[in-house]
Design a protein. Structure first.
Length: 447
């Protein structure tokens, strides 16, 4: 059922308008996932800047709308980190092979949990490095340009690090980014890419494209790309297809294995709550496990069973596991484990259902209070850039305001809403990370 249908049904049941607090309270009381909120630490309003401007009780938890930048801390993160520090203090080097989290293979113990989040098999996922490092490592093997097939197709407004990585990989292989970067823009007057335009470009340009590389969720617009359709179209034309899932993992329901995606990578500190600079992830489909080899090899890509023979004879692990270079920092494994264990308490399907309703509820409130009204030219309004169809977006609404953005940030902060006020843009993103009653009130100040 669509979010709007749910809101209509609830408001009819309660005999009130969809914008009534009664609807928010009802949704809170019937939220089957609300207990998971208790697994995370939410900052208090008084602990956030600028605390001297607050108009709400400083002892209350803030409304956290910046999960796109940094997820909240899982409560078990500190406990797990303290356990490893204690083990290091008491056992030293023996911690490599002892305890509940042996350092020599600690990340392997949680790859199955990560695989469940991205819709993959455990052996198709590796936890290692940072996002852009993994993207470079993957492109070194999947981007094999030829005189005929040398282009990489990506969004014109791809996240900067993706743009830089692609540009440098093209140059590394001796090609000119101006000729080999195929950048897709929305149609004139539109803000998001149409799926049919992406597929049409692949069909027309596919013979010259070596790699199709898109976001899972576009960081700026919030558009959730049709990854299955893009993968099918790209592979039909002989291209490798990969995705940067930084804003999709833990947000949208991914099925990397079933869709047949060739490769993917993602960070884990946004919606997967692993902490700033957290351990990133990478995926290579099992169909490529024996045919796509790492361009760079390291000790950690060596089979664990023979790794410590130290004979300098590489026993390369198949698939993504062979792309590992070094042992992973145990203190980064700990918070990621703490978060993935919370994900394991539910499913991405259930989380996605709640996300769709929360985001749809926010959309409903914005459109009720702040649609542009030509009869009231001085009334502030909000334009939603993100696609309106729930299946074409993640848990994000990118908003453009008719009033100065700095004032919006300040008023939100006064009301205990955590936002990133340093972003120099006319568009800000709101994420459905708070209870519905928070969504109901945050825009009232503009009226």
């Amino acid at each position: 059922m669509s979010p709007r249908k749910v809101l209509e049904r609830v408001s009819t049941l309660l005999g009130c308008s969809q914008t009534s607090n009664e609807v928010a309270t009802y949704l809170d009381n019937h939220d089957e996932l609300k207990h998971l909120r208790e697994q995370f630490l939410l900052p208090k309003v008084a602990e956030l800047p600028p605390s001297d401007l607050t108009l709400v009780d400083g002892t209350k938890e803030c409304i956290y709308f910046v999960g796109n930048s940094l997820g909240l801390q899982p409560k078990m993160a500190k406990k797990y980190i303290d356990e490893e520090l204690d083990k290091w203090a008491k056992t030293g080097v023996h911690g490599h092979v002892q305890g509940s989290r042996p350092w020599a293979w600690a990340e392997n113990n949680i790859e199955g949990l990560m695989a469940n989040v991205v819709g993959a098999k455990a052996e198709e996922v590796a936890l290692m490095n940072g996002l852009t490092v993994n993207l470079h490592i993957l492109l070194l093997s999947f981007y094999k340009p030829t005189a005929k097939r040398h282009k990489i197709l990506l969004e014109d407004k791809a996240f900067p690090s993706d743009h830089y990585a692609v540009e440098s990989q093209i140059q590394l292989k001796g090609y000119d980014p101006k000729q080999s970067m195929l950048l897709m823009k929305p149609r004139p007057g539109e803000e998001v890419l149409r799926t049919e335009d992406i597929l049409d470009t692949i069909e027309k340009e596919g013979d010259s494209i070596a790699v199709v590389l898109f976001s899972g969720v576009q960081y700026y617009t919030g558009q959730l790309f049709d990854m299955a359709a893009i993968t099918k179209a790209g592979q039909k034309k002989g291209c490798y297809v990969g995705f940067d899932c930084a804003h999709a993992v833990g947000n949208a329901e991914l099925k990397l294995h079933d869709w047949g995606v060739d490769f993917a990578c993602w960070c884990s500190y946004k919606y997967v709550n692993s902490g700033a600079g957290g351990l990133a992830g990478a995926f290579i489909h099992e169909k490529n496990a024996l045919t796509v080899k790492p361009a760079l090899t390291g000790w950690w890509g060596h089979n664990l069973k023979t790794r410590f023979r130290m004979d300098n004879e590489m026993d390369l692990l198949p698939g993504i596991s062979g792309f590992r270079l070094s042992n992973q920092p145990i203190l980064l494994v700990c918070p990621l484990q703490a978060s993935l264990e919370v994900f394991a308490m539910t499913s991405m399907a259930a989380l996605r259902n709640k996300s769709r309703l929360l985001t749809g509820y926010l959309e409903c409130l914005i459109q009720h209070y702040y649609n542009k009204d030509e009869s009231q030219p001085h009334k502030p309004y909000v334009h939603i850039i993100t696609p309106s169809h729930p299946e074409e977006r993640g848990c994000q609404l990118s908003l453009s305001f008719s009033v100065p953005i700095a004032a919006i940030f300040q008023e939100l902060e006064k009301r205990g809403v955590a936002v990133i006020s340093g972003v120099a843009t006319s568009c800000i993103k709101y994420y459905s990370a708070s209870p519905p009653h928070g969504l109901h009130q945050i825009f009232r100040f503009l009226l």
